[in-house]
Design a protein around this ligand. Sequence first.
Ligand SMILES: Cc1ncc(COP(=O)(O)O)c(C=O)c1O
Length: 455
Amino acid sequence: MSSIHLDPALSGPQITTELPGPRARAIIERDAHTVSPSYTRAYPLVMARGSGSIVEDVDGNLFLDCAAGIAVNATGHSHPDVVKAIVDQAQRFLHMSGTDFYYEPQVRLGEEIASIVPIKGPVRSFFSNSGTEANEAAIKLARYSTGRPFLIAFLGSFHGRTLGSLSLTASKALQRKGFGPTAPGVFHAPYADCYRCAAGLKPDTCQAECLGFLEEQVLVHLVTPSEVAAIVVEAIQGEGGYLVPPAQFHQRLQALARSHGMLLIVDEVQSGMGRTGKMFASEHFGFEPDIITIAKGVASGMPLGVTAARADIMDWPPGSHASTFGGNPVSCAAASATIALLKTHLTANAARVGEHLLDGVKALAERHPLIGDVRGKGLMIGVEFVRDRQTKERATSERDRVVDEAFRRGLLVLGAGRNTLRLSPPLVLTRDQADTALRILDESIGVVERNPAAR
Ligand SMILES: Cc1ncc(COP(=O)(O)O)c(C=O)c1O
């Protein structure tokens, strides 16, 4: 590995060894003996370092990153402002537990979160280390605050893998297999999947009829609305396939929640922090969460989860919930630096470059019959693959092959849902880099279309 700094504005990848290269292979071999096999590795990337949207592997190959560590590196890899904030804080102190003591970085972050979340009036934040913990806190807070036991969540949703969050998660059955029973008292309803609308309606004219199952079945036959503490919903369904619901879906959900005294918990772990071209995806849909959960991009890669709620809801006594590491001062400092960058230009960049990328993928769809649907907001874009545009048969193995072909050409992307490819690059992505990603996607899809047999 050379000692030069990577140029974050490099637009092109550069693959100089077979993949994986010899150093990567050796590390993967060691991993196989010691690291939990439960991790899902889509392809054999062994990272050495990164800068902006460029990743270098241990063999010196350069990749254009449109995965961002699963939508985490909001400000790009090792943004100098974020690194400086981390170093400055690390030199002062690394940990003191915000659960038992006070420190200013946590207070400052609480103020900043209150000023950016789409919740009117005073807001308080609980700090943890991950998305799943942010949701665990939200579940407990909703139950505590309402005194009600039950929760509504959505099919296809992903909220985390600890047991409380896993009870909400209904993404892949494998994620639950062997771990049951999950926490009782969670009922699932269909999410808005406009490409596959069960009622055959179009998003611009429908009234979110997909919520009929929740209203007419779940809340009639399974659970009394007055016993439901909260509805937990992703603003845009992430792991489920980057599903963008129509605004009516969230607005009708909010009306339903309000009319029965249920809280609306909006999971913005993946969709939040500038990714969709607004600070939070909720802002696209004209509704207001009571509790919002945040993680992933919030600290540009440092572990941090945030459960932010209306102050009148987050009114629980000392000792009721806490976490030793939650709101670690180094993560808080990284989050403050991240928020500053998002506010000054990166959220706007996500909107601008995201629109360009979305247009580009839509243009690819005109040439590639394998693409059934293209959707997204900002730099949260889903490309759904189908074997036949009429039947919409899911092209799962083809999607996996496109992801792999892209990797071989130096583009990092990930799947989402059963047959969707997601583009979730760092929010520093440039137009040139977006064009490079489009070129590689074009080639990769072309290769798979020309060799359809290998399903
Ligand atoms: C919407 C959403 N919520 C929660 C989580 C869980 O976050 P973590 O993996 O940090 O626990 C994820 C992770 O992908 C997510 O996408």
